[in-house]
Write a protein that binds this ligand. Structure first.
Ligand SMILES: [Zn+2]
Length: 113
């Protein structure tokens, strides 16, 4: 399951941050996931709970925001928001796109104790 490996990575990152920043517990976190990342927010929440068990993030509230992907058309150079990987250029109708963002998951904010 894709979301579980994403969560395991996320928890590892939080443990690292706990050491660097010197906190003991994550109370809440806000993450942004790109709409092209193929991550389901509900599945992510569910996986996070089990991935966070016995870690600094146990019981932390996970808040998810979805961000649209950014794409650039290789034909006419228009840039636009892409909601799916195989989007079509709204200017010229081309499918030859360069995906510039929206595939990542990033932590926006942490509330720690
Ligand atoms: Zn175009």
């Amino acid at each position: 399951m894709h979301e579980l490996s994403v969560c395991t990575g996320l928890v590892e990152l939080l443990e690292e941050q706990a050491e660097v920043q010197g906190f003991n517990r994550v109370k809440a976190l806000w993450v942004e996931i790109g709409q092209l990342s193929c991550i389901e927010p509900e599945a992510l929440c569910f996986s996070f709970e089990s991935a966070a068990r016995d870690s600094v993030a146990e019981g932390a509230a996970l808040n998810i925001e979805q961000a649209p992907g950014q794409a650039e058309c290789l034909e006419c150079r228009a840039s636009f928001e892409a909601l799916e990987r195989y989007a079509q250029c709204p200017e010229c109708g081309s499918f030859r796109l360069n995906i510039l963002g929206g595939e990542e998951l990033r932590i926006k904010e942490l509330e720690v104790i």
